[in-house]
Ligand binder design. Structure first.
Ligand code: ADP
Ligand code: ZN
Ligand code: ZN
Length: 748
């Protein structure tokens, strides 16, 4: 009989991140399980705290007179399953943070709020009446109405939030159709599926030879008891999703389940619809628009075997299937797969581990694979498949690269090149749509010359220097610092400055150049509310604007058949960022942006405006040559020991007292160096860089310093982290916080 339990207290405090022992009172004997949430008295004041049971024991080694009783089982608590525990322990070990934080990550729903009040929209008109209503709406160009009516033809009842959210149709439109007698709005208490499609017919395709090969090979491995890791490299529209669906179908036939991961922002109505058409109500969705109760329901449905597939962003990885067989990561290169909250886990790393402990296949797909994935494929750690043909017709656009230095030389000081301007004009005349993409990713005040394009770089690190107050330039990898020059060191021009144009400015400039033009803007400002992203996209799809201006958000997934021109305003902006991944990002963004044009019947054009037409990232992107880009980029990573060739651990120290932050950073850096000495690791095998002030040196009055530690072997970095944590336990910092970030994807 278990009479004692070890628990983890539910507080995010490093100091309490260890198990505490409690006695199980008689009335709870035999009722407790590992993973349950309980209430315990804690500390001198015996305040009631929530805790997770992580072990049950017959005896305890502690002084019995000091061991307290568990109070009760927490109400509405979610029990953590064994696999989730393993995942939490893995995350804790490999990415840092406390076990309690890791447990929170693996529990997609923290409480079991059931019985929600939900609204759903139900069709009450006959289909042919709906069709005639739709005809009328089409004539009046009421695009939102058309969309909703289409959806109602597809399925009889639709969650209200889905319509106003993902579908981007306003409440007014719903109300006007309610008035017209086409639908009614119901309140339902029981949660069913996030979406339910009826009368939806699967338009299954006969797989092409390239597709067939992938499906057959993976199936063979699976049946031989060797589910492996695979990377599918195929341009958008080459049939990857069709392959995923075939793969998942095979897995389900064998009584296993599948997790289909997508970057949050790419969860489109179209993708979902395709899955529902094939798998019906055995599919579910997990994303941030679901309430905690809905998330909980989806987890329970998965655990109880009611669903076979869950689609969602990285958190979908933690849906507790009984017999998982496959994990798919679509758009594998997307940075949103990395968590930016502690624990800063990499979805791929966790997925790999989950695949291992569940004997599942892991399938990655992308049009522009991350260097990490491609490197693994090249080294035989993952099998590479290619899809080379676009199956829907539509040709890749003709691409023009404009050298903005020459534009300036010819007297054009505008942000638009002459080529781009004339093409925009042409599209406006033809009533076709354009997209202007301002590449601002990684933007952190780097300094470049407008006359020759020179970007000022650190002499030691090959990353650009960032502009700081007081005319200083700083390297955020090694701390190198120098004064900002008055003229360009290369050409002597005085046009040397940080690049500052924003999307708003571009919109204004468009108005000036093309009076009366209808534009839409999509950036962090215009998409701060929950559904604004989908709303802007649907407005553009409904042709409420001729030009869509935006940041990297606009290059993702969506198909706009009427877009025949894509302009990349400052293609090399992201090249200047203080980040070793700058070229990779630039290549991915331009490749994707260019791929936006000419999806429909009409051929498209793309204009890449750059100060560095000769940069390999730009040249390879212009030619849509991934392989060429990879070879050049991996050589650079090899030369400088950057991931994926080597690994990097960033230790971020934050606190309100700058001197204390700096002192702690120095101690940690010292400790890391002592560790390598004790372990006989040479300085070149494990360089410790910094501390240096972070890119953003202070956020919300907290100063930030960072230490970078590099090593060829990831496990060395995990041990260094363990050693630093050990140090912190023995020398608890006053009021400073420490964050670990393995293979960071953003510079600090
Ligand atoms: P990706 O996921 O690579 O963008 P999709 O799977 O979405 O590609 O396929 C792109 C388009 O091609 C879709 O409209 C899909 O229905 C169609 N398609 C996919 N596979 C085939 C096939 N074997 N035969 C015909 N059309 C196909
Ligand atoms: Zn210059
Ligand atoms: Zn440097």
């Amino acid at each position: 009989m278990y009479r004692f339990a070890d628990v983890i207290i539910d507080i995010s405090l490093d100091k309490l991140d260890r198990p505490f022992s409690y006695r199980i009172p008689d009335r709870l004997l035999g009722r407790l399980e590992i993973g349950m949430r309980v209430l315990v008295p804690f500390g001198a004041g015996n305040t009631t705290k929530k805790a997770y049971i992580i072990a049950l024991k017959e005896n305890t080694e502690y002084d019995l007179s000091k061991v307290k009783d568990i109070q009760d089982i927490a109400k509405d608590a979610v029990t953590i399953l064994e696999k989730q525990f393993l995942l939490a322990a893995f995350i804790r070990k490999n990415y840092g943070g406390t076990l309690n934080q890791a447990l929170k990550v693996v529990l997609p729903a923290k409480t079991s709020v059931k019985k929600l009040l939900l609204r759903e929209v139900v069709r009450i008109m006959e289909r042919d009446e709906i069709i005639s209503l739709k005809g009328e709406a089409l004539r009046k160009h009421q695009n939102a109405k058309v969309k909703l009516l289409d959806a109602l033809l597809e399925q009889e009842s639709i969650p209200y939030e889905w319509i106003t959210g993902k579908l981007g149709v306003s409440s007014q439109t719903i109300l006007s159709l309610e008035k017209a007698g086409a639908l009614k709005i119901n309140s339902v208490t029981k949660y069913r599926d996030p979406v339910k499609f009826e009368n939806a017919e699967d338009d299954r395709k006969n797989l092409s030879d390239e597709q067939r090969l992938i499906v057959d090979e993976i199936e063979k491995d699976f049946d031989n008891g060797n589910p492996g890791k695979y990377l599918i490299h195929g341009i958008t529209g080459s049939g990857k999703t069709e392959v995923y669906m075939a793969l998942i179908e095979n897995v389900i036939k064998r009584g296993r389940q599948a997790i289909f991961l997508i970057p949050e922002i790419a969860l489109t109505y179209q993708t979902l619809l395709r899955f529902y058409k094939r798998f019906g109500n055995r599919v579910s969705v997990m994303n941030s628009t679901l309430s905690p109760g809905e998330k909980y329901d989806q987890c329970m449905r998965a655990r109880d075997g009611e669903i076979d597939i869950v689609i969602g962003p990285r958190s979908a990885l933690f849906v507790p299937f009984k017999n998982l067989g496959m994990i798919v990561m679509d758009e594998e290169h997307e940075t949103s797969y990395k968590s930016e909250l502690t624990p800063k886990y990499h979805t791929f790393g966790v997925a790999k581990y989950l695949a291992k402990i569940t004997d599942s296949a892991l399938v990655l797909g992308s049009a522009t694979p991350s260097l990490e994935a491609y490197y693994m494929a090249k080294n035989g750690e993952m099998r590479l498949f290619k899809l080379t043909k676009r199956l829907t017709g539509g040709e890749l656009p003709e691409v023009f690269c404009v050298d903005m230095r020459q534009e300036l030389n010819s007297g054009n000081k505008s942000i638009f090149s002459r080529k781009l301007k004339s093409l925009i004009e042409d599209r406006l005349e033809k009533n076709e749509q354009s997209m202007l993409f301002l590449n601002r990713r990684g933007y952190s005040g780097f300094i470049s010359c407008r006359a020759c394009g020179e970007v000022i770089k650190c002499p030691h690190c090959d990353v650009s220097l960032s502009e700081h107050y007081g005319g200083r330039m700083v390297c955020h990898y090694c701390g190198y610092e120098t004064k900002k020059p008055a003229v360009c060191p290369k050409c002597g021009s005085k046009y040397i400055a940080g690049f500052k144009a924003g999307t708003e400015q571009i919109e204004q400039l468009l108005q000036k150049e093309f009076p009366g033009v209808k534009t839409l803007r999509m950036d962090a400002d215009t998409t701060s509310t929950k559904d604004s992203y989908e709303k802007i996209l649907s407005a553009f799809a409904n042709e409420e604007a001729q030009i869509l201006v935006g940041t990297q958000m606009i290059v993702k997934g969506h198909d706009f058949p009427k877009v025949t021109l894509v302009g990349v305003i400052a293609a090399d902006m992201s090249l200047g960022s203080a980040d070793y991944r700058a070229s990779e990002r630039t290549f991915q963004l331009i490749t994707q942006a260019v791929g936006r044009a000419g999806r429909g019947q009409r051929p498209g054009n793309a204009v890449i405006q750059t100060y560095k037409p000769d940069h390999y990232a730009i040249e390879f992107a212009k030619n849509q040559d991934y392989e060429g880009f990879y070879e050049e980029e991996i050589a650079y990573r090899e030369m400088l020991s950057y991931p994926p060739v080597a690994h990097m651990l960033a230790v971020l120290v934050m606190g309100a007292d700058e001197a204390a932050v700096l002192k702690l950073s120095q101690s940690l850096s010292q400790r890391a160096k002592e560790y390598s000495k004790a372990e006989n690791i040479s300085e070149s095998a494990m360089p410790v860089l910094g501390p240096t002030q972070a890119v953003i040196g202070r956020i919300k009055d907290l100063y930030r310093y960072v230490i970078y530690i590099k090593a060829d072997n990831y496990d060395i970095l995990v041990s260094v982290k363990d050693s630093l944590e050990e140090y912190l336990k023995l020398n608890p910092p006053g009021r400073e916080y420490i964050q670990f970030d393995f293979d960071p994807i953003n510079a600090f």
